[in-house]
Design a protein around this ligand. Structure first.
Ligand code: NAD
Length: 360
């Protein structure tokens, strides 16, 4: 088992454990004080048949009572209607402030369970048991929780840190290839914004990663958690550095919305990353060769680098209604070099349109 500690003001706030089973989950639950408390496991309809029983049995060895709430899998259900049903369940089961929510699943489950935990009784503790690559390297860490509202992605939410993140990397075996690749978009992003050596390692290990060899996955998830964990420790509420994690997300979120959420989040981030890399190239920061290399890396993991039938003007318009706007300006993350990203608030509409030209 590998462990990363996440701190705030020099005080540990939670551990992230990477393991090859759920064998140590019970002892980790005891360590954080779950003994004698109630647990509500929130999971989706795909993950429940795979892992709910095993996790519920382990929780039952520690908690005074274990209940579960299963929702229909998919981004379309990351909404306030499902949150209301979770509140109802918690009220019926008489949950109080000292009880726990456990999020078992991908980013949709983690975001929604985390938001329910952040708001029920003004906040109860929650535990992340992420089961997708995207949730293991990204969404389970850092305390961003929330739901979509109408067609606006993550429009309603709260910062609420987990009490524990425990990932059984073997759960990735049951994940389908498309979901694994979508998670790789965030992994490649970590290398691009923070660590060029890591980016090179990703490129040169595509086969072992795609074959889901345990050592390769463990190295990748550990390195990505270190990068994401480091950023959120230094800037927990996105007042500066954390915005760098939005590389590829400005255009990515707009594409996601315009495609009516038919493309996976990571696939849209891949496209957005190509646009951001193209802008970085057009402004003279990275070379044409580096731009092509970045494009090839996304393609190594079968991620889309081109999209047809979308009007660039519509994408631009959608970026302006994104919540990542800053004082009326689109906040764009660009690359100075591979491994070194920065925030640009001064891009003109034409510069953004030209960048998008690279993926349309
Ligand atoms: P997801 O939760 O929808 O999971 C993807 C699919 O895989 C679902 O169908 C799910 O049922 C299935 N699944 C999950 N684990 C499985 C397993 N082990 N085996 C088989 N199937 C499995 O999506 P995701 O890609 O994990 O997360 C995307 C969400 O995360 C988006 O809503 C996005 O906004 C959010 N997100 C949040 C943050 C954050 O900081 N909070 C960061 C990035 C993304």
């Amino acid at each position: 088992m590998k462990t990363i500690e996440i701190h705030n003001n020099n005080k540990k706030i939670y551990d992230i454990h990477l393991d090859d089973s759920y064998d140590h989950l019970g002892e980790k639950l005891k360590e954080i004080g779950v003994s004698g408390r109630k647990i509500c496991i929130i999971t989706d309809s795909h993950v429940a048949p795979l892992y709910l029983k095993e996790v519920a049995d382990i929780c039952a060895g520690v908690a005074s009572k274990v209940v579960h709430f299963v929702f229909e899998a998919g981004e379309a259900n990351k909404n306030l209607t499902v949150i209301e049903k979770i509140y109802e369940k918690l009220i019926i089961e008489k949950f109080d402030r000292k009880d726990y929510i456990v999020a078992l699943g991908g980013g949709v489950t983690g975001d929604m369970a985390g938001y329910a935990a952040a708001t029920f009784l003004r906040g109860i503790d929650f535990i992340q048991l992420p089961t997708t690559l995207l949730s293991q390297v990204d969404s389970s860490i850092g305390g961003k929780t929330g739901v979509d509202f109408q067609q606006y992605k993550n429009m309603v939410g709260a910062f609420h840190q987990p009490a524990l993140v425990y990932m059984n990397l073997k759960t990735l075996i049951s994940l389908d290839d498309r979901e694994l690749c979508a998670g790789m978009a965030e992994v490649i992003k970590h290398g691009l914004i923070k660590d060029s050596d890591y980016y090179t390692w990703i490129k040169t290990h595509s086969e072992t990663i795609m074959n889901r060899e345990y050592e390769a996955l463990e190295h990748l998830i550990y390195e990505s958690c270190l990068i994401k964990g480091g950023v959120v420790e230094r800037d927990p509420k996105e007042q500066g550095e954390r915005a760098l994690l939005n590389f590829g997300h400005t255009v990515g979120h707009s594409v996601e919305k315009l495609m009516d959420f038919k493309w996976l989040h990571g696939e849209c981030v891949a496209l957005g990353s190509i646009a951001a890399a193209a802008i970085s190239r057009n402004k003279g920061f990275i070379t044409e060769e580096t731009f092509e290399d970045i494009k090839n890396t996304f393609e190594l993991f079968h991620l889309p680098t081109k999209i047809e039938h979308l009007d660039p003007e519509n994408i631009l318009l959608a970026t302006k209604s994104d919540k990542k706007m800053d004082g009326g300006k689109v906040k764009f993350i660009l690359l100075r070099t591979v491994g070194n990203a920065f925030i640009d608030r001064e891009l003109s509409d034409q510069e953004i349109l030209d960048g998008m030209g690279a993926c349309l």
